[in-house]
Write a protein that binds this ligand. Structure first.
Ligand code: F0G
Length: 351
């Protein structure tokens, strides 16, 4: 097969698949590790900063890594339908992979708190979408109960195959850097991805593919930071709707990752998140607000990062998912009403 075959084929030896697993793939993975020059320069002291831009996966988020595994294994087991709760990205990925595999996809979302692009994707891929007038945590309770009662496979990150797929992002980072980074900054919502990255780094080290293990720095939005406060948040709020989660499903696992990696959970304000979102934009990298949480986290604790350290910030989703946030929060002005001739346009541009 020419080109990148998708992550199951690329990392087959490290994944729980066999020759009889039907591989459902959109050739996800192999996303770029982009140096963030101006952010590194701002920090100084020889610190190297990279973005793992997982917003360049086929449906525009890291969820594709988990979904190629979860849907392939569901198909192998004979499932005909899958279900998930979602703040948007999981629903898009579940819908795309499930429909590709010929299954029904049921998605339960918090009404009014899913970015438009994500909703458009779920509908276009052919999911059956139910919008509930409550938050993600309630959607999660409903889908757990639904999957226990009815013949539908749950594909949220409590499905172990999701994390197996997502751990491959850590493999790719190591393959590119030659070792694990010293520090990894990552947005945390349901806490699946931080757990998956840690699995990946640990497994690669067991196989002798890296020496280091990174300090895992999980960042939540201040209005939605149960892990930092060690207490569920009943009514989480943040501009970063993707991580508007008050009771993460992978809570214990995430605490174990923090402890084993000598990392930390911390929170950044919506203002910090939007600042990082714009900084990334100005570096040519358009991610969604939740993703910018990792860079906001790095900027917050930069004084603690040692000289010459290698830092990776995970950018989980594509900026195109959420055009309204970009339009609302970019500092650029759209000039309208200019007379359509050379002089007026040149004058408006300040020439
Ligand atoms: N970033 C983005 C863009 C996300 O969509 C999510 C989670 C996260 C970060 C956090 O990852 O849950 O593994 O800690 N989105 C889920 C969803 C909840 O439904 O799309 P996590």
């Amino acid at each position: 097969q020419a080109g990148w075959p998708g992550l199951i084929e690329a990392y087959r030896a490290y994944l729980p698949v066999t020759d009889s697993t039907p591989v459902v793939t959109l050739h996800e993975g192999n996303t770029p590790l982009i140096p963030l020059e101006s952010i590194a320069q701002q920090i100084g002291r020889g610190v190297r900063v990279y973005a793992k831009f997982d917003g360049l996966n086929p449906t525009g988020s890291f969820k594709d890594r988990g979904m190629t595994m979860a849907i392939s294994k569901a198909k192998e087991a004979g499932a005909q339908a899958v279900v998930c709760a979602s703040t948007g990205n999981t629903s898009a990925a579940a819908a795309a992979y499930a429909r590709r595999a010929g299954m029904r996809a049921f998605v339960i979302i918090p009404d009014g708190y899913v970015a438009l692009g994500k909703l458009a994707q779920a509908l276009m891929y052919g999911a059956e979408v139910i919008a509930i007038e409550d938050n993600f945590d309630v959607c999660m309770e409903i889908v757990r109960a639904l999957s226990e009662r009815y013949p539908v496979t749950l594909v949220n990150s409590v499905n172990p195959y999701r994390l197996e797929g997502q751990k491959t992002a850590a493999f790719e980072v190591v393959d590119e850097l030659g070792d694990a980074p010293d520090w990894l900054f990552i947005p945390v919502g349901n806490a699946g991805n931080i757990s998956a990255y840690w699995m990946g780094f640990c497994q690669y080290r067991q196989y002798g593919r890296c020496d280091r293990l990174p300090r895992m720095m999980g960042f939540q939005a201040a209005g939605s930071a149960p892990l930092l406060n060690n207490c569920p948040v009943a009514e989480p709020q943040t501009v970063a709707t993707a991580i508007r989660i008050g009771n993460p499903a992978n809570w214990e696992r995430a605490i174990a990752v923090r402890d084993a990696s000598q990392g930390a959970f911390d929170a950044v304000t919506d203002e910090d998140i939007l600042h990082a979102y714009r900084l990334l934009g100005a570096e040519g990298v358009f991610c969604e607000p939740a993703s910018a949480t990792s860079v906001a986290g790095l900027l917050k604790v930069q004084a603690r990062v040692p000289d010459e350290a290698t830092v990776v910030c995970v950018l989980t989703g594509n900026g195109l998912k959420d055009p309204q946030s970009a339009i609302d929060h970019s500092k650029a002005t759209l000039k309208k009403g200019i007379t359509p001739n050379l002089e007026s346009v040149a004058a408006a541009l300040g020439f």
